[in-house]
Ligand binder design. Structure first.
Ligand code: AMP
Length: 388
């Protein structure tokens, strides 16, 4: 049983202090492993009795994210609260924030939980997004299609991830069925971006305003789930730099204390548009565990604990491939037998279609990231979807 404490430890947290993480998935697992290296403990809140994060943490409170009794028990066991999972209720977060510091602040999580709030915030902060309109009714949708044109993507404003809650509209005939599919949830319509690349930047920010951002990386999706990340992104230096500038500007506009992932599209015209933000470690930063002295998970823990943020440097180029579903995780014995593959398993007992089970990272000397054929060769038994 974790000890109950009346007062949380002051920042910077000393060794053996406890960071509370809401959510028991692989992002919490890898954060807890990074915290352990710094002598810090993690305590997980999750309803799952055998969670990936709980398996490696110092303690777990089993309970629902909106159960006040569980939230109280969780808060009393920790010095600071953070999250690896964004779908926590606003009421639950407010309760936690009344008991313990919450980093990043609940207001930031609220923005990232709602696509309309997120895009309004981004546009106000001077970050371009795909043109979008809020959609509350079928008439709104017809008007939005007339304004934005087709193709376009209709998205639920909340609880969407990995392409869930999205429908692409290609012709006016799609309007009625798309609306029926997603209504009555609040929706937005977004112009479909003709992109050459999807890229992302992960940035950490400390209370004193210190920023640390990893190099811009390139992401490839398969069935709207991240498949492959290449570090650094194979884009022109000015595009990589524009992405860095956007991520840093957004972190500052949010007054972030913690870690933030910014996903972006590079338009066919070379413009960089922000797709979405996530105030937590991100799948497109997993390569940093093996390619950087301080990973995204350690930066997350350091920022939340009030510890110094070193620059987010890397010592290698990297290709990170997710292991999704039963078929890819079934390659585990071959992966372990392949020299040069850094293998990560999340400890999930059951593989399901689309479920992220682990990942592998292959490192290359800095500046020597190969083209698709070379990456395929280097990943050995693990296939990935090639560009184009
Ligand atoms: P999201 O849940 O918004 O991150 O979307 C998941 C994936 O769907 C993105 O990574 C893109 O590959 C694709 N996507 C989402 N929105 C758009 C858009 N407006 N234009 C083109 N592709 C999109």
């Amino acid at each position: 049983m974790p000890s109950r404490r009346a007062e949380p430890a002051p920042f910077p947290l000393p060794p053996n202090a406890t960071i509370g993480i809401i959510g028991g998935g692989q992002l919490g697992r890898m954060s807890a492993l990074a915290a352990a290296r710094l002598g810090l403990r993690c305590h997980i809140l999750t309803p799952d009795t055998d969670s990936p994060a709980g398996q490696v943490a110092a303690g777990t409170t089993h309970g629902d994210y909106d159960d006040p009794v569980a939230l109280h028990r969780f808060a009393e066991s920790v010095d600071v609260v953070t999250f690896e999972f964004e779908n926590v209720s606003a009421e639950g977060l407010d309760l936690l924030a009344s008991l313990r510091p919450v980093r990043p602040a609940p207001a930031i999580l609220r923005i990232s939980q709602d696509r309309a709030a997120e895009k309004s915030f981004l546009n106000r902060a001077g970050a371009a997004t795909a043109p979008w309109r809020p959609v509350g009714s079928r008439d709104d949708l017809v008007a939005a299609v007339a304004e934005l044109g087709l193709p376009a993507v209709l998205k639920t404003t909340r609880l969407g991830y990995d392409g869930k809650g999205q429908v692409v509209l290609r012709t006016p005939d799609d309007i009625a069925s798309a609306f029926e599919q997603l209504h009555p949830k609040p929706l937005i319509l977004e112009k479909f971006v003709d992109f050459s690349h999807e890229i992302s930047v992960i940035v950490a920010r400390a209370e004193d305003g210190t920023l640390a951002s990893f190099d811009t990386v390139e992401n490839r999706h398969r069935e709207q789930i991240l498949d492959l990340t290449l570090a650094p992104a194979r884009v022109a230096p000015e595009i990589a730099a524009a992405a860095q500038g956007l991520a840093r500007r957004i972190a500052e506009a949010l007054d972030l204390v913690g870690l933030l992932a910014v996903e972006m599209f590079v338009g066919a015209d070379g413009r960089v548009l922000v797709n979405e933000i996530a105030p937590r470690p991100h799948n497109s930063g997993h390569w940093t565990i093996d390619a950087c002295p301080v990973s995204q998970f350690e930066l997350h823990i350091r920022a939340v604990a009030g510890l110094p943020l070193p620059p987010a440097v890397r010592h290698a180029d990297a290709a990170m491939k997710n292991l999704v579903g039963l078929e890819e995780v079934a390659l585990w014995p071959e992966i372990l037998a392949t020299p040069g593959l850094c293998a990560h398993h999340y400890g999930k007992r059951e593989a399901r279609p689309g479920r992220k089970m682990g990942h592998v990272t292959r490192l290359f000397p800095k500046g020597a990231l190969p083209g698709d054929e070379g990456v395929a060769l280097a990943l050995g038994p693990v296939p990935f979807s090639r560009a184009g």
